[in-house]
Design a protein around this ligand. Structure first.
Ligand code: ADP
Ligand code: MG
Length: 277
């Protein structure tokens, strides 16, 4: 059983604003993004409401990943990357002088398309961020690992191998481990880039179920090329095409009563990018 103490320890040591159950709003205002001389996205204005699941959809190469990665400044690591316009977390510019990108990435966590466990034990993977941000005492780490592994449904599978390497886990289990690691630092926003694209249907279902359970405590933004997944999982959908936002709104509206003919054609199952040209 998880003792109550592990939570209070983690909370007491946490310097961040978040307590469990606070989800943040993210907004983009007139955003342009690019690499070197190439503009990848332009004219992007969109709100990602707190506690909701927003799906980013669109053909391959439309800029979904670039946009997602700009929400927690992951693109800062790419030398040729540039940005114009504002990106706001609860109304505050994430590029502000007072913002430490590491603290931002604790508040706005990310899970990548391919599972990327660190080369350390399963338990150390889960608590890697907790440790880096000094969010809890050393003595609390095991309980935090158990709590987070249980939260993602992995506890029974790994309870007796916490000290083992994560690389012998299945792909789906590795992705759940990465989700546990992302959740352990109690983010307000979770960015998921095609989190189930390398998973089998059962693991996909497990991840979708988890994402649903996380809201409304957390704001989720999920890139998916799987339109059926966007439809069954998200509250809101944003359609990108060739670096522009075509339409955004409640998922049922985009799929059933889209305002733009391009949306109807793309979400209607004809995913040939030519229909949008
Ligand atoms: N690091 C980078 N340097 C230069 N161009 C990039 C980089 N990352 C992505 N791009 C370009 O940005 C465009 C959008 O890519 P991406 O955001 O990955 O689209 P999506 O995720 O929708 O498939 C593509 O033309 C891609 O080649
Ligand atoms: Mg992508």
């Amino acid at each position: 059983m998880v003792r109550e103490a592990s939570w209070s320890d983690a909370r007491a040591a946490s310097t961040g604003a978040r307590r469990e159950g606070t989800a943040a709003t993210m907004s983009a205002r007139d955003v342009r993004l690019g690499f070197g001389s190439v503009t990848v996205m332009e004219d992007i204005t969109v709100d990602l409401p707190p506690g909701s699941i927003t799906a980013l959809v669109g053909p391959s190469g439309s800029g979904k990943t670039t946009f997602l990665r700009s929400l927690n400044r992951m693109n800062d690591k790419v030398r040729s990357f540039w940005r114009e316009g504002e990106i706001l977390l609860d109304g505050r510019e994430i590029h502000g002088r007072d913002v430490d990108p590491l603290v931002l990435r604790r508040r706005v966590g990310m899970v990548f398309q391919r599972p990327n466990p660190f080369p350390m034990s399963i338990q150390d993977n889960v608590v890697a961020g907790v440790r880096a941000h000094r969010m809890a005492r050393r003595s609390a780490m095991r309980d935090i690992a158990e709590t987070r592994l249980a939260e993602v449904g992995l506890w029974s599978a790994v309870a007796d191998r916490l000290d083992d390497s994560p690389f012998r886990l299945s792909g789906g289990q590795q992705q759940l481990l990465c989700l546990a690691r992302a959740l352990a630092v109690e983010p307000e926003v979770l960015l998921l880039d095609e989190p189930t694209s390398s998973l089998d249907p059962r693991s996909t279902e497990a991840v979708e179920e988890l994402v649903r359970r996380l809201t409304p405590g957390i704001t989720v933004v999920v890139v998916t090329h799987n339109l059926a997944q966007a439809r069954r999982l998200s509250d809101n959908t944003v359609l990108f095409y060739q670096g522009r936002l075509v339409e955004s709104g409640p998922t049922s509206q985009l799929f059933d009563r889209p305002s733009r003919p391009e949306t109807a054609r793309y979400l209607g199952g004809d995913a040939d990018p030519a229909v949008l040209a």
